[in-house]
Design a protein around this ligand. Structure first.
Ligand code: MLC
Length: 462
């Protein structure tokens, strides 16, 4: 079954039920379907057909859902692009994905004029690619993980079953739709379960309490930074929110055990932590009914095989794992062995099967749930005439989990504020180093490889 047929469970069978709340308006599943059909015809009239790519760089809005549904219906490959990306970051994705069309706010008015609604779409195999999600390895340039209809379908079926999501749920979604957390988990669970979703443009901690009290959701997905922010909620509001809530889920970065504990005291709910990644969607999850164990990510989801190799690295295999990297056979070969995908994450498993993530093989930094590849920032810094060498490392941060800090060796003096200004101009805001520290030289091993752990040790107080 492809995603179009899977989504029809709600789009056709629940046509008169309220599906979506967006900017104070309610839309039925029938209306959501009709919007998707109209958008599909608009894309088709621009020449997009099965297998073509559509890049979309938009903040959360109903048209983002229209575009995703249109792609699913046509078999066009959806390529979401982070709205915080600057031209330097976007241009790589555009040249790699070679889309027929890039949709930003500018292109939208034109696409919304279609009135054609016929559901005359091509037959599609479940193995057809549904999305390319760009993610970097240890190299600076990002690669497109090819996620198929079957990948998304198996992921959604798993989450709906394991987290007991039904059409009685009220789901508040405030995460960005350009990532798999909101798209692969959020939008798919909504359309498969037929629940009611209120979509927000973004999570704003100043207005979050009001959104919860007003919508009275039963279901919420967040990254740890969101839960840290929610700890600022007034106790009486937290009790009211907890009273109508059924399930809080956390993922995309490790949830500190203390946050889980403080959240439980305030809201009366134990956050359910799970583990996934762009290439694999969801792999491991704490149980809905069993023990949600603090500091662990729980047990493998149905159909997902997990093993830990001698070096402690996690490998996964299952219907959720992507088909490979777009046009990158070398990277695909490096990441897969006999159908097993090498995650780059390190973990241990308890006697009773709970997995605990203990670290990462790469020096990936996760800030507020956004992935940062130090190599990309280092390369940018080294392009600056005054900078000889640069190493970017993670520093713990109470709200964002981690933030990037740059250690640089200069050939000519330069103001740090000037370096920061240049970073801000060319890199997404979450990648801009919080601090720049000038050092004499980077510690290297005999092979010339930078020893980042030594910088960290030299900088941390004894
Ligand atoms: C963050 N910013 C945004 C934004 N999110 N800007 C526009 N739209 C968004 N959606 C920018 C802000 O402008 C600001 O930039 C900076 O980020 C911090 O914002 P803040 O207002 O201080 O927010 P804060 O309370 O710290 O919360 C940020 C956040 C956001 C947690 C809401 O970081 C976020 O939505 N993160 C979710 C990322 C995510 O969905 N990851 C999933 C990856 S998928 P400036 O310039 O002022 O610094 C994956 C697989 C898996 O990993 O397993 O899920």
């Amino acid at each position: 079954m492809n995603l179009r047929q899977l989504f029809d469970i709600s789009l056709k069978n629940r046509a008169d039920q309220i599906a979506l709340e967006w900017e104070g308006r309610e839309y039925t599943f029938g209306e959501v379907d009709a919007r998707g059909n109209r958008m599909a015809h608009a894309l088709r009239s621009r020449g997009l057909a099965q297998g073509d790519r559509l890049c979309v760089q938009l903040a959360n809005r109903i048209e983002m859902i229209d575009l995703f549904l249109a792609c699913v219906k046509l078999g066009v490959i959806f390529v979401p692009v982070n709205i915080l990306y600057r031209e330097r970051e976007t241009s790589h994705i555009l040249s790699d994905a070679e889309p027929k069309l890039l949709v930003t706010e500018r292109e939208l008015p034109d696409l919304l004029s279609s009135t054609e609604q016929a559901r005359d779409f091509p037959a599609l195999d479940g193995d057809a690619p549904a999305a390319l999600v760009y993610t970097s390895g240890t190299t600076g340039a990002s690669k497109g993980a090819v996620l198929t209809h079957n990948n998304f379908a198996s992921n959604a079926a798993n989450l709906v079953a394991c987290w007991q999501i039904t059409d009685r749920d009220r789901f508040l979604l405030a995460l960005p739709l350009f990532h798999v957390h909101a798209l692969g988990n959020g939008v798919h669970c909504w359309l498969v379960s037929g629940c009611r979703m209120r979509l927000l443009e973004r999570f704003e901690h100043q207005s979050a309490t009001q959104q919860f009290l007003d919508f009275k959701p039963t279901l919420f997905f967040g990254v740890p930074t969101v839960y840290v922010r929610l700890l600022e909620t007034r106790p009486e509001d937290a009790r009211a929110i907890g009273g109508t809530m059924r399930l809080f889920v956390s993922g995309s970065a490790p949830l500190p055990a203390q946050v889980l504990e403080d959240f439980r005291k305030l809201f009366g709910h134990t956050i359910l932590e799970r583990y996934g990644m762009s290439e694999t969607l969801m792999n491991i999850s704490n149980p809905y009914a069993g023990e949600r164990r603090a500091g662990t990510v729980g047990l493998p989801l149905p159909g997902v095989s997990v093993r830990i190799d001698e070096s402690g690295e996690v490998w996964v295999k299952g219907p959720n794992v992507c088909a490979g990297y777009w046009k990158r056979e070398d990277a695909t070969r490096a990441a897969f062995v006999d159908g097993w995908f090498k995650t780059g994450d390190l973990a241990t498993r308890s006697e009773d099967g709970y997995y605990t993530l203990t670290g990462r093989r790469s020096d990936l930094i996760i800030s507020g749930g956004f992935n940062i590849y130090p190599r990309e920032i280092e390369e940018f810094l080294m392009e600056q005439a005054e900078v000889d060498e640069a190493a970017v490392i993670a520093e713990p941060h109470p709200v964002r989990g981690e933030v990037p800090v740059a250690y640089i060796v200069l050939s000519v003096p330069v103001e740090m504020s000037e370096l920061e200004r240049r970073c801000r101009e060319k890199l997404a805001s979450f990648k801009v180093p919080r601090r720049f520290e000038v050092i004499d030289k980077l510690p290297r091993n005999a092979l010339g490889k930078v020893q980042k752990h030594l910088i960290r040790r030299a900088q941390s107080p004894a």
